[in-house]
Design a protein around this ligand. Structure first.
Ligand code: FMN
Length: 186
């Protein structure tokens, strides 16, 4: 068995339950069907307060510093955020302001977002993708946007959303050939 792919997921939701967390977990589960992964999940809500109190990286408490290092060392990042005012939340941006400017160069990033409205789906391409382009990360071509209605009861309840998650994972798989899960045919 190959060394597992180190997948780090950041869920940008700040409450519980969280649709953003539900989407993140669904993406991780789908990736796990195709790839041999070790998944580590960071919930922004767990670190947002100490993170927000630090203006410089050196001011971060150790526990939060460890989470930023996880992000910087990922083989694949899954980044999921709720839409706030047509973009990502300020505390989400603050986290990436404290990530090393060169730390994500060439890191593959699967982008995902949840929003109240279907009309903000372009947040992936107009807000998230430029941020990760600045960081010289390799954003995957297919991201996943989910509206509130598709995550009723904080679960993936829409078949169309499930299909988008599958497509995003399937399109990511060829990048990580060494980690493919070989399935026995029925
Ligand atoms: C401050 C705030 C601003 C929001 N702005 C938008 C918005 O501009 N567009 C949108 O579609 N949804 C917006 N929403 C709705 C959230 O994006 C949506 O409910 C999301 O799924 C919440 O994720 P969570 O359950 O992980 O917190 C906003 C919510 C909050 C609290």
């Amino acid at each position: 068995m190959s060394t597992p792919l180190n997948v780090v997921a950041l869920s940008g939701g700040t409450g519980r339950p969280s649709r953003t967390l539900a989407l993140t977990e669904a993406i991780l589960a789908e990736l796990g069907h195709h790839l041999h992964i070790k998944a580590q999940l960071i919930e922004l809500g767990d670190i947002a307060r100490p993170l927000g109190g630090a203006l410089w990286r050196s001011e971060l408490p150790d526990s939060v510093e460890q989470q930023l290092r996880l992000i910087e060392k990922a083989d694949l990042l899954v980044v999921t955020t709720p839409v706030y005012r047509g973009s990502f939340p300020g505390h989400f941006k603050h986290l990436f302001d404290l990530i090393g400017q060169d730390a994500l160069i060439d890191t593959p990033v699967l982008l995902a977002a949840t929003g109240g409205s279907e009309r903000h789906a372009l947040v992936l391409d107009h807000q998230l993708r430029p941020l990760f382009s600045f960081l010289q990360a390799l954003t995957l071509p297919i991201g996943v946007y989910a509206s509130q209605a598709e995550l009723a009861d904080y679960r993936v309840t829409s078949e169309a959303l499930a299909a988008r998650i599958r497509l995003a994972a399937e399109r990511a798989v060829p990048l990580f050939a060494a980690h493919h899960v070989l399935r026995k045919s029925a």
